[in-house]
Design a protein around this ligand. Structure first.
Ligand code: ATP
Ligand code: FE2
Length: 331
């Protein structure tokens, strides 16, 4: 089965084509176009206009790169949520148009679950992991338990990526700021005390963000601030992930989301996994960030487990929570 997936929850519009090869995901193509606001944060309407502008070309390019014809696509999937309304609607509209014109079934999928399934689908031996999903808007620790992917811990305010991006903007870095903060942090030497805010299994970042901005106003070295932000936030993320692993007795950990490209975060989680005799997995960067291939792959899993959706019911859901999905395909 070949599925074409359209991702459009926030900054990125992506089209991926995947093939199911004996239960594993073969990515045939995965094209992404990222909206980068000139100034300030993301404006949902402008991001949606960006997505509308590029989607038709992306569809053609992705199908051509996959070396298939539109007529060979068996299924269309799209990100149903969670995300920004105008962006989700643009991706869903394109998916519906394609489904109707090709006369192929359509499936709307949960974006967060897709981050987890692409790891299981593409990485050998990644079977039942605890996912640490760290992106711009999202920060969650997710694992399978009793028929659903449950959220064991999450941010109480902003996502870790947004925390880094907001700080970066304050100090004049270009968006996305995470990679530049990583470079600066690698040169930091002095640890500056920052709030380490874990409540139960949840984490908060906004107090830390304010404290980091205050250090900047007091002329502390930017490298030291970036270093301290990474050490503090990543330690908290690793702690919650470890506790979820202990609680669920799982011995696999998977990273996902744009922040998973950070070497220091990978190292910390990998060390924790090693200490627990657990296995550590991180997909390639193009499968960690928001992308169409992961949406396509979850479409395949859902369709093959018997789930069907009518075009007239293919709604988006801005607040589509991870644990709302009935996961009938997981053994
Ligand atoms: P979502 O809708 O899932 O929240 P998103 O639009 O934020 O997604 P992603 O592509 O998953 O998209 O992640 C982007 C985030 O990752 C940005 O906040 C960016 O700063 C951050 N990021 C990217 N590379 C790094 C890095 N090396 N270190 C830290 N953060 C990074
Ligand atoms: Fe994402």
């Amino acid at each position: 089965m070949i599925c074409l997936g359209i991702e459009g929850t926030a900054h990125s519009i992506g089209v991926g084509v995947v093939e199911n090869v004996s239960g594993k995901c073969k990515v045939l193509s995965n094209m992404i176009k990222i909206y980068r606001p000139k100034k300030g944060g993301i404006h949902p309407r402008e991001a949606a206009n960006h997505h509308a502008l590029y989607i038709a070309d992306l569809l053609k390019e992705s199908v051509s790169k996959a070396q298939v014809d539109f007529s060979e696509v068996d299924l269309i999937s799209f990100s149903k949520g969670p995300g920004l309304g105008p962006c989700l609607r643009t991706a869903a509209t394109a998916a519906r148009a394609l489904s109707l014109s090709l006369n192929r079934p359509i499936i709307g999928v949960n974006h967060c679950v897709a981050h987890l399934e692409i790891g299981r689908g593409t990485l050998d031996d990644c079977k039942d992991p605890v996912l640490l999903y760290t992106s711009g808007a999202n920060t969650q620790v997710i694992a399978f338990a009793e028929g659903r992917y449950r959220v064991f811990g999450e941010t109480l305010d902003i996502g870790i990526g947004n925390c880094l991006d907001k700080f970066g903007r304050t100090v004049g870095l270009d968006f996305p700021c995470g990679p530049q903060i990583e470079k600066l942090a690698s040169k930091g030497k002095k640890y500056l005390e920052l709030p380490y805010s874990i409540k139960g299994m949840d984490i908060a970042f906004s107090g830390l963000l304010t404290a980091a901005e205050q250090y900047y106003k007091k002329n502390e070295s930017l490298e030291d601030i970036c270093y301290s932000m990474q050490e503090t936030t990543f330690a908290a993320l690793t702690e919650v992930t470890e506790r979820a692993m202990a609680h669920t007795e799982k011995d696999e950990v998977l990273l996902g989301g744009g922040v998973a490209s950070n070497r220091r975060l990978c190292d910390m989680v990998q060390t924790m996994a090693h200490d627990r005799d657990a296995r550590f997995f991180v997909p390639s960067k193009d499968l960690c960030i928001d992308n169409g291939a992961m949406i396509a792959w979850l479409g395949v899993l859902m369709y093959n487990s018997g789930i069907r959706m009518k075009v007239e019911n293919s709604f988006i859901d801005q607040r589509f929570r991870t644990d709302m999905v009935d996961v009938s395909w997981h053994d």
